[in-house]
Design a protein around this ligand. Structure first.
Ligand code: UTP
Length: 298
């Protein structure tokens, strides 16, 4: 099974400026938690035991977030706020090992993953984008399904994919399936941000990948794109070209990938998660209803 995950969080997050000028986008809150906490909770619930964050400058708040804070613990204990202390822990948190390394220059996702080479060693590993949540409240089991498929089919790579509207393929990395697609299928090529008329499908890469260590050699062979970035999709293409088994798993019906990398999607995610909050959701729904009623009558 897959026990190790690499979580790249080193990007500049320019699409979320000025919010990300001095804080990582992965630490922006969605309802009551920072985005990256949902990611880690999902991974732990899917059997991951150790996580390597690929960080950069301005990202130390991520390390602090997953560290014990004795002063805060003491203050909460002394002021009898034990329920808040419990909120700081999540299931499996204390058993998870966290590692950190820096990507010195932000040269793209492929380059970020390469920073995990020593951590992965000879074992297959998961890559989970630090700015993408799977499922409402990160309740996805997709990574466990991917891991099962990776092992049973002796794959070199398994990618999570989601259906997107045909008109929007230009925003995503799109896979070319071999023949008809079921819940899982073989991928023969990938195209980065194709126009809808050129898109080989409407199935977009959804921020979770399992790789054999073979991927590192492929990444090293990839040439930088016109923005100077090493793209992991190009490395996966090389796996396809070499005839390696690259498979995809579709997110199950009703499961969404929440990509927090741009404002429209971040706003949508925040509202959806806040509405689903067990404590504050109902009240928020009423407030939202009023706000929408007022804006309609203007
Ligand atoms: P994005 O493709 O959203 O890039 O990264 P970005 O640089 O963060 O954002 P923009 O385009 O400037 O707005 C997807 C994930 O990969 C990480 C990011 O931190 C994010 O979690 N990443 C990206 C790296 O770790 N290193 C990179 O060089 C690029």
């Amino acid at each position: 099974m897959i026990k190790s995950a690499v979580v790249p969080v080193a990007g500049h997050g320019t699409r979320l400026l000025p919010a990300t000028k001095s804080q990582p986008k992965e630490m922006l809150p969605v309802a009551r938690k920072p985005i990256v906490q949902y990611v880690v909770e999902e991974l732990v619930a899917n059997g991951i035991e150790q996580v390597l964050f690929i960080t950069g400058r301005n990202k130390t708040s991520i390390e602090n977030h997953f560290d014990h804070d004795p002063e805060l613990t003491r203050a909460l204990n002394e002021s009898n706020k034990k329920e808040l202390l419990e909120e700081l822990d999540f299931k499996g948190y204390n058993d998870t090992k966290f590692f950190y390394t820096r990507q010195r220059m932000q040269k793209g996702l492929g380059d970020a993953i390469l920073c995990g080479e020593n951590f992965a060693g000879e074992m297959p590993f998961l890559v989970a984008l630090g700015d993408s949540i799977l499922g409402l409240n990160a309740d996805s089991k997709t990574v466990a399904n991917m891991a099962e498929l990776f092992v049973s089919k002796r794959a070199s790579c398994v990618i999570a994919v989601e259906e997107v509207p045909h008109a929007e393929t230009r925003h995503y990395g799109i896979v070319r399936p071999e023949g008809k697609t079921g819940d899982s299928f073989r991928v023969v090529d990938l195209v980065e941000k194709p126009d809808s008329k050129d898109a080989p499908s409407n199935l977009a890469i959804a921020g979770r990948y399992i790789f054999s260590p073979l991927i590192f050699d492929m990444i090293r062979r990839v040439k930088p794109d016109k923005r100077g970035e090493i793209q992991v999709t190009d490395a996966i293409r090389l796996l396809c070209e070499e005839g390696k088994r690259v498979l995809a798993v579709k997110l199950p019906p009703g499961e969404k990938r929440y990509d927090i990398g741009n404002f429209p999607s971040y706003f949508e995610t925040f509202v959806e998660f806040a509405l689903a909050d067990p404590v504050y959701g109902e009240k928020f729904r009423a407030v939202l209803h009023d706000i929408l009623g007022q804006s309609k009558s203007k």
